[in-house]
Ligand binder design. Structure first.
Ligand SMILES: Nc1ncnc2c1ncn2[C@@H]1O[C@H](COP(=O)(O)OP(=O)(O)O)[C@@H](O)[C@H]1O
Ligand SMILES: [Mg+2]
Length: 290
């Protein structure tokens, strides 16, 4: 019997650290001996850069524009530790649906049974924050990915984007869509960042997969065009990504999140804003019981 390929989708607000986290996750999974494909779905097409020394790869959409018949193998590029890198690409800015790249790329790969042929263990779709367009919902809607994770910091806009993703998941879950694996808490460090995320996951019936500190080692590695796993393999940050990779490799059961209504979410954020203000004004000391 063919082995089961673990298909994962990572969502989150733009600039929150999806590609950074995904690339380090891919690198750590590859280190564990797994065969990994990272599938960039952002029209920015920069998902896999740090797996390939900072170099961009031609996207599926660009390649299709140049050649009429494209073989899936033509758009797969090898990166760090043999990771297969793909960028779906996007239309020219302002023209057409930004999610078309994903729809086209997924279709091409499905027809040609690429995942099976490459004997992959894990495919990670690095998607986008706001599930505003049908294309971006493809990995969750069509049951392609059964494990969905969201990257979020403690900033309200990123929590808002995660809450929107939860709504998208609920919408498709009855028709065989994906459920939520958990929240990857990124850029931890500022006061109350853990407490805010912990409170959000409790309120939405979800959980935190890993707390990833905000770290200068990520910036240093990125400037070398590398993941932290590759550039600083012995750093504490690399260990955090390895810990995340182990949890995700072992992750079995996802569940339905319970998104908050927008009004409830705003009210919740208001309470935290009051606490942060009190902290700033010295009315409470950091780390005080909440
Ligand atoms: N844990 C972290 N510590 C420090 N910098 C980070 C961390 N996570 C992400 N970044 C930085 O944030 C920026 C945006 O990250 P990126 O992964 O490209 O976001 P996204 O893919 O969500 O748009 C990058 O410059 C990246 O180096
Ligand atoms: Mg990205």
């Amino acid at each position: 019997m063919a082995k089961k390929i673990k298909q994962i989708a990572i969502y989150g607000k733009g600039g929150i650290g999806k590609s950074t986290t995904t690339s380090n996750l891919s690198a750590a999974l590859a280190e564990m001996g797994l065969k990994v494909m990272q599938f960039g779905c952002d029209p920015k097409s920069d998902s896999t850069n740090t797996l390939r020394s900072g170099k961009f790869i031609p996207t599926v959409l660009d390649t299709l524009r140049e050649q009429s018949a494209v073989k899936a193998r033509d758009v797969i590029y090898e990166g760090f530790n043999g990771i297969y890198c793909v960028e779906a690409g996007g239309p020219a800015p302002g023209v057409g649906c930004a999610g078309r790249g994903i729809i086209t790329a997924v279709e091409l790969f499905k027809q040609q049974r690429v995942f099976q042929e490459l004997d992959l263990d894990v495919v990670i779709f690095d998607v986008l924050g706001d599930v505003v367009c049908g294309g971006f919902a493809v990995p969750i809607r069509e049951g392609i990915a059964e494990h969905v994770f969201t990257v979020s910091s403690s900033d309200f806009m990123s929590i808002y984007a995660s809450n929107n993703l939860f709504k998208g998941i609920i919408k498709y879950s009855n028709s065989g869509g994906a459920l939520l694996g958990g929240v990857i808490a990124n850029s931890m460090g500022p006061p109350y960042s853990r407490e805010i995320i912990d409170d959000f996951v409790t309120k939405t019936g979800t959980g935190v997969m890993e707390y990833i500190p905000r770290s200068i080692s990520v910036t240093q590695s990125e400037l070398q065009g590398k993941t932290t796993i590759e550039a600083l393999p012995r750093s504490a940050q690399a260990e955090v990504y390895r810990s995340l990779a182990k949890k995700i490799a072992a992750h079995e059961t996802s569940k339905a999140p319970a998104p908050l209504e927008v009004s409830a979410l705003r009210e919740w954020a208001g309470l935290w804003a009051d606490r942060l203000l009190a902290l700033e004004q010295g009315k409470v000391s950091e780390g005080a019981a909440i």
